[in-house]
Design a protein around this ligand. Structure first.
Ligand code: UT7
Length: 325
């Protein structure tokens, strides 16, 4: 019998501190940085974001999302045999946020590691977990996207600091004899490192280079729209399906204009796109599982629906996962 993997539970967590655009604009104005609710809403669709308290880490946020996903799947943490955390803002240089989270879950022994593919991290992590389940090296995986991007924002740069937020989303992915994940398509092109990066590093006890996020927004925007269409088409073709078979498009939540362009290129009505960027901002690797969980809990996404998850971000990395929920 063919072995497949299927999502059996979802969860998410946002830290309690919510800043509307007006709240953030007021904080920035005090530092001499000018922005407005109008600009942010019109150019991005973002209305609010959540920021974690200074002592809260990605594994803390991921832990809350994981607990919910386990509960939704009806599993105990002790039944999990693989943990993958997608993050670019891990708790430490090492060990991985996944190992720290494993210990917080009170379990030990199963493989646990981080995937670093920035905003594409969750589709990368889900694809790796799917492959490990299909080949029999895992049966019940926790796949988590967790980020504290507020830690790496340059609050003197209005072109980036208004865009990002903190949060975590999680799924339980289990072995199944009916297909859940139908196909995936992952890519990277390292020549675009410079358009979206945090160039700093730790060396000899010092931070070398700038440890804050840099982005050429327009270059990222142009690349994102093209690759999101091609990844979706490649994934559909691998599964012998067409755009018409997609019930819900769940793209990385960076900018509502990118999502509108992608839907248009795929000839999908925008009503079929899950949008949470308005309330979450861009939470990088956490954005897709956060949006998925919101759509499941609101009753939009139902058992049996066909979902297209799509990520794009620093690297440059991009990819898509098509699945039967
Ligand atoms: O997660 C990884 C994926 N990341 C993305 O997908 C981000 C992709 N890029 C974008 O979403 C958009 O390019 C941005 C939202 C970052 C920028 O939108 P834009 O429409 O490309 O604006 P722009 O960079 O062309 O800036 C237009 C104007 C500039 O002023 P001038 O030069 O025309 O006078 C900026 O200085 O808007 C100004 N501006 C702002 N004004 C008020 C830039 N940021 C702000 C701001 N508040 N926060």
């Amino acid at each position: 019998m063919t072995r497949y993997s299927r999502i059996t539970g979802t969860g998410s967590y946002l830290p309690p501190r919510r800043l509307t655009n007006a709240d953030l604009a007021a904080e920035l104005a005090a530092k001499g940085v000018e922005t407005s609710d109008e600009w942010i809403v019109e150019r991005t669709g973002i209305r609010a974001r959540h920021f974690a308290a200074p002592d809260v880490t990605s594994s803390d946020l991921g832990m809350e999302a994981a607990k919910q996903a386990l509960e939704a799947a009806g599993l105990q943490a002790s039944e999990i045999d693989l943990i993958i955390v997608a993050t670019s803002t891990p708790d430490m240089v090492f060990p991985s946020a996944a190992c720290i989270l494993q210990n917080k879950l009170g379990i030990a022994g199963c493989p646990a590691f981080d995937v670093q593919a920035v905003c594409s991290g969750f589709v990368y992590a889900l694809t790796v977990a799917d492959a490990m389940i299909k080949t029999g090296s895992a049966s019940k995986a926790l796949v988590i996207g967790a980020e504290v991007f507020s830690r790496i924002l340059d609050f003197s740069d209005r072109t980036t600091c208004v865009l990002f937020g903190d949060g975590a989303g999680a799924v339980v992915l289990e072995a199944s004899d009916t297909p859940g994940i139908l196909a995936s398509d992952l890519h990277a092109d390292g020549k675009h490192v410079g358009i979206l990066c945090v160039p700093g590093s730790v060396s000899g006890g010092q931070v070398l280079g700038d440890p804050l996020l840099k982005m050429d927004g327009q270059a990222v925007f142009k690349l994102a729209v093209g690759v999101l269409e091609s990844a979706a088409r490649a994934t559909l073709s691998k599964a012998n399906l067409t755009e018409a078979d997609i019930d819900w498009l769940i793209p990385h939540q960076a900018n509502i204009r990118i999502m509108q362009s992608t839907a248009k290129k795929l000839k999908m009505p925008f009503e079929k796109v899950i949008v949470t960027v308005d309330e979450h901002g861009n939470t990088s690797a956490a954005s897709i599982p956060l949006a998925l969980d919101a759509a499941v809990r609101s009753g939009k996404v139902k058992k049996g629906d066909t979902l297209m998850l799509e990520g794009v971000g620093g690297g440059f990395t991009w990819g898509a996962v098509l699945l039967n929920y």
